[in-house]
Design a protein around this ligand. Structure first.
Ligand code: NAG
Ligand code: NAG
Ligand code: NAG
Ligand code: NAG
Ligand code: NAG
Ligand code: NAG
Length: 502
C-alpha cells in the first residue's frame, strides 16, 4: 500500500530522475534509448556496480549484466541479430551440463561454467582455453578486471582465473562445502561476495553463510550468517560500499561490503508468515532473488506463507527502501515467484517497469503454469502480462532433462539441470523483453501490437494487446541464460551456447 510519505518520496525521486535525464546528451547511436522515457538514461549516471581498478569495462560481467541499478538490461537491440554459431560438448550436448549462463568481457570473449569445467571462447566461437576448477562448480562465473571469479559446491572453494590465459590466480577454501544450488557470485570495489557452508534443511539446502573475499588475493575479509540460507545467492551493489541479497524465504539483508556488518534486514515474520516460524517449520522457499532499482528501491521475488514455488501456489513481489529496509509495496502474483526481476523501460509503455516471470517449479506429472508480468516499479500495479500456455514437455520435466538423464548418469555428472520455470528476463535497448522457458523456447515480447513497426512473423501472437513470439532453441534455461554485448546476444540453455550476431 502506498502511504502519503511514500508518495512524497516517489515524487521527489521522479523529479531527480527527470532533471538528471534532461541534462543527458542524446548521442545519435543512442537514439533508440533517448526516445524512451528518462529512466533508460539514468543508468549512465549511476555507479554501474562493476567499475573496476583497471578501468576495464566488461559488457556482461555478471548474470544480470553490468548495470546492477538496471539489472537484466542491455543498451543493445536484438533487431537484425541472427544465429551465428552454437557450442555444446563435442561428444554430444548431453555429456555436459551448464551452470548459470554466459558472461562477456570487454573483448567480447565468452565464459561459460559447465559440469566439465570453465570454457572461454572468442566471439566467433574459437575456444581460447579450458580451466578445471578446484571442485565441482554449479555456479555462474563473474568478471572483475582481468579475473574470472567463481566458486565450487562440493569443496567450498572460491577461485580466480586470469581471463587472458585461463591460469589459476588464487584459490581460497571458504567453507567445508557449499550448497547444490546455482549461485551467482559477484564482485565490486575489490570485494567478491559468495555463498558457502551447505545448509542441510528440508526441502532445500543452499548456503548458510555469506563471505566477503578480497577479489584480487582471495583473502577472506568477513563472513555473515543470515537467518535463513540463501539459494542461488546473487549479491547486489548500490555503489555506496554496501551489498544486499535475499535469502530463500524472501528475507532481504543489507551489509557493509567491506566489513560484513549488518546494516538492516527485513525478514517479514509477520501475519503473512513470510520467512519461517520460530521452530523452523513452514518456511517458504523460492529460487528467485532481489534486484536494485535506480529509484532507491530494492525488489524481491519470493513466495509467501509456507509456499515452496509449486503449481497451485502464489508468489509475492515486494519493494523496499534501500536506505532502511522499510517495505514500500507488495503485490501477490498468480504463480510462484522463482526468479530475478529486470528493471527498465519496455517498448511503448511509459515509466519504470519491473519485469518478473512468475511460474511454478517443475514437478513431474503436473501442468505448470507461468506468465510474463510487468509491474509499475514505483507502485507495484500491473502494467501488462502475457499469459502463456501451461508447459507442455515430456513428463513435465524441463526440456532436455528426460532426454539427457541416461547419458549423464553414465558419465557420472549431475544428471538433470532442473532449472526454474523461466530464465531471468532481459530488457533490450528497444525495450523488448526476452526470456527463456523450460520448454526450450526463447520468448520475446515486442510491446503493444498497435505500435509495432518491425517485420511480422506468422508465429507471433497477441495477448492483452501485446505482441509476442516463442522460438524453439533446444533445452531449458537457467536464470543466467541471457547476455549481450555490441552486436552480440548470447543465450545459454542447460547444454548449448547460442550466439546471435548482427
Ligand atoms: C535491419 O535490417 C534491415 C534489412 O537489412 C534494414 O533495413 C534495417 O534498417 C535494419 N534495422 C536495424 C535496426 O538495424
Ligand atoms: C577467434 O579465434 C580464431 C582463431 O585464432 C580467429 O581465426 C578468429 O579471427 C578469432 N575471432 C575474432 C572475432 O577475433
Ligand atoms: C594475466 O596474464 C597476462 C598475460 O600473461 C599478464 O600480463 C597479466 O599480468 C595476468 N594478470 C593477472 C591478474 O594475473
Ligand atoms: C505448518 O503448516 C501446517 C499446514 O498448513 C499446519 O498444520 C501447522 O500448524 C504449521 N506449523 C507451524 C509450526 O506453524
Ligand atoms: C526509510 O527511508 C525512506 C526513504 O529513504 C524514508 O522516507 C522513510 O521515512 C524511512 N523509514 C523509516 C522507518 O525510517
Ligand atoms: C514458425 O514456427 C515453426 C514451428 O516452430 C517453425 O518451423 C518456423 O520456422 C517458424 N517460422 C518463422 C517465420 O519463424
Amino acid at each position: 500500500m502506498v502511504t502519503a510519505g511514500v508518495k512524497a518520496f516517489l515524487f521527489v525521486a521522479a523529479l531527480v530522475v527527470s532533471v538528471v535525464a534532461t541534462e543527458e546528451d542524446c548521442g545519435s547511436e543512442e537514439a533508440a534509448s533517448c526516445a524512451s522515457p528518462q529512466f533508460l538514461q539514468l543508468h549512465r549516471q549511476v555507479n554501474d556496480g562493476t567499475s573496476n581498478p583497471q578501468g576495464v569495462s566488461h559488457f556482461w560481467p555478471h548474470a544480470r549484466g553490468r548495470m546492477l541499478q538496471h539489472p537484466g538490461t542491455t543498451p543493445e537491440a536484438w533487431t537484425n541479430h541472427s544465429l551465428s554459431w552454437t557450442w555444446s560438448y563435442p561428444e554430444g550436448k548431453f555429456h555436459n551440463l551448464f551452470a548459470g549462463g554466459p558472461v562477456i568481457d570487454e573483448d567480447k570473449h565468452i565464459y561459460q561454467m559447465t559440469a566439465r569445467g570453465l570454457y572461454a571462447f572468442n566471439s566467433s566461437g574459437h575456444q581460447l582455453w579450458h580451466y578445471q576448477p578446484p571442485g565441482r562448480s554449479n555456479n555462474e562465473v563473474t568478471l572483475y578486471g582481468d579475473l574470472v571469479l567463481g566458486t565450487t559446491c562440493d569443496t567450498g572453494n572460491a577461485f580466480a582465473v586470469n581471463r587472458s590465459t585461463g591460469q589459476s590466480v588464487w584459490i581460497t577454501n571458504i567453507a567445508e562445502d557449499a550448497g547444490q544450488d546455482c549461485g551467482y557470485p559477484a564482485a565490486v570495489d575489490g570485494v567478491l561476495v559468495v555463498g558457502g557452508e551447505r545448509a542441510h534443511l528440508d526441502p532445500a539446502d543452499g548456503n548458510s553463510q555469506i563471505f566477503g573475499l578480497d577479489a584480487n588475493s582471495g583473502e577472506k575479509l568477513w563472513q555473515y550468517r543470515p537467518d535463513m540460507p540463501t539459494w542461488n545467492l546473487l549479491p547486489l551493489f548500490p555503489g555506496d560500499g554496501t551489498t544486499l541479497f535475499m535469502d530463500f524465504a524472501g528475507g532481504i539483508y543489507k551489509l557493509d561490503l567491506h566489513t560484513g556488518k549488518e546494516l538492516w534486514k527485513n525478514l517479514h515474520h509477520d501475519s503473512r508468515g513470510i520467512g519461517m516460524t520460530a521452530s523452523g517449520e513452514n518456511r517458504s522457499f523460492g529460487d528467485g532473488g532481489a534486484a536494485l532499482g535506480p529509484n532507491g528501491m530494492v525488489y524481491t521475488c519470493s513466495n509467501p506463507l509456507a509456499y515452496r514455488g509449486d503449481e497451485g501456489t502464489t508468489g509475492i513481489v515486494r519493494a523496499f527502501y534501500q536506505s532502511n529496509g522499510t517495505e514500500v509495496w507488495s503485490t501477490s502474483t498468480n504463480f510462484p515467484c522463482n526468479n530475478y526481476p529486470a528493471v527498465g523501460t519496455t517498448t511503448g509503455i511509459d515509466g519504470l517497469s519491473l519485469v518478473v516471470t512468475p511460474g511454478s517449479l517443475m514437478i513431474p506429472r503436473q501442468k505448470e503454469q507461468g506468465e510474463i508480468l510487468s509491474l509499475d516499479a514505483f507502485t507495484g500495479s500491473k502494467k501488462w502480462s502475457i499469459k502463456v500456455k501451461p508447459l507442455d514437455v515430456p513428463l513435465n520435466m524441463p526440456e532436455g532433462d528426460v532426454a539427457g538423464l541416461g547419458t549423464r548418469l553414465q558419465d557420472g555428472i549431475q544428471p538433470i539441470c532442473w532449472p526454474s520455470h523461466w530464465s531471468a528476463p532481459m530488457i533490450d535497448g528497444n525495450g523488448m523483453v526476452l526470456v527463456g522457458r523450460s520448454d526450450g523456447k526463447l520468448y520475446r515480447v515486442f510491446g503493444p501490437d498497435a505500435g509495432y513497426k518491425g517485420v511480422r512473423s506468422p508465429n507471433m501472437s497477441v495477448s492483452e494487446g501485446l505482441l509476442w513470439e516463442a522460438t524453439t532453441l533446444g533445452s531449458a534455461f537457467l536464470h543466467g541464460a541471457l547476455a549481450a554485448a555490441p552486436g552480440l546476444f548470447v543465450v545459454s540453455s542447460c547444454d548449448t551456447i547460442y550466439v546471435f550476431q548482427k
